[in-house]
Design a protein around this ligand. Structure first.
Ligand SMILES: [Zn+2]
Ligand SMILES: [Zn+2]
Length: 259
């Protein structure tokens, strides 16, 4: 089992990190990808606490589109900050999460786009895959991925919430699709369709902890151990065993991130 995306170096886990990691290991998670925000010093520092307790944890560093406003005057400075954080954290295996979020629009769209491009360029220089966050920005996301040749490094659409057509587009562009706890929600019918069509060789699973706790933990703080519910639900939708889903996700994680 793996959790391809979580934020356990964040303040929500500072008080009981040991217990969270113990439960994750109890759930037989072989690896976890911990997302770090390059513009968040405490989180970058906490990464060493995580890896000290859990040597199989790996890291992905980026500046989230929500924070693009801070760097609107100088997006290359954001990429430089990511680069510096990667240099300091030897267990970094990806650049992210990066992308576009037009749902919240916390930052001007042109600033988000520029920041996304700069970080794809960095990922290409560093030869690291990217972890993509995209919401209500499908066309611009694919345009930028294409123009910046992001397919050269590959990566994953994390917490995928698109429809079947978007899934096909992501797969055709060479990317992986990671499903989070939303797939366990009864009303997520479109996502259930996606769960059925993603080839096992391109599927990843995640919690996005502390957000998006799956059924039966909805409304509580999410944690990596809960990824088992995501695997179970996908297995049910596909008529496969949870073990098959977990094994495929682990293999994909290893191939993509070379942990
Ligand atoms: Zn995200
Ligand atoms: Zn996230």
């Amino acid at each position: 089992m793996i959790d391809s995306h979580c934020h356990i170096a964040g303040p929500e886990f500072a008080a009981d990190l040991d217990a969270v990691i113990e439960r994750a290991r109890g759930a037989r998670l072989a690896h976890v990808m911990v997302i770090l925000a390059a513009d968040d010093e405490p989180e970058l520092a906490q990464a060493d606490e995580v890896s000290g307790r859990w040597p199989d944890a790996r890291f992905s560093v980026g500046v989230h589109p929500h924070a693009a406003g801070k760097f609107a005057e100088d997006p290359p400075a954001a990429a430089a900050q990511v680069d510096a954080a990667i240099a300091k954290q030897p267990l970094t295996r990806a650049v992210g999460e990066i992308g576009l979020d037009y749902h919240y629009d916390f930052a001007p769209r042109h600033a988000q786009q520029h920041l996304f491009r700069e970080q794809i360029r960095l990922a290409r220089r560093r030869r690291l895959p990217i972890v993509i966050h995209t919401r209500e920005a499908e066309d611009d996301t694919f345009a930028i991925l294409g123009e910046e040749s992001a397919g050269d490094v590959g990566g994953v659409f994390h917490c995928f919430t698109g429809d079947r057509d978007m899934a096909r587009r992501a797969l055709d562009a060479g990317f992986h699709i990671s499903l989070a706890g939303i797939v366990t929600f009864p009303r997520a019918v479109e996502l259930h369709e996606v769960a059925r069509i993603v080839p096992l060789t391109r599927l990843l699973i995640e919690t996005d902890s502390p957000f998006l706790a799956p059924v039966p933990h909805r409304g509580t703080r999410n944690e990596p151990a809960h990824v088992v519910h995501v695997a179970e639900r996908i297995a049910g939708l596909r008529g496969e065993t949870p073990e098959t889903i977990a094994a495929a996700a682990l293999e994909n994680f290893q191939r993509l991130f070379k942990p």
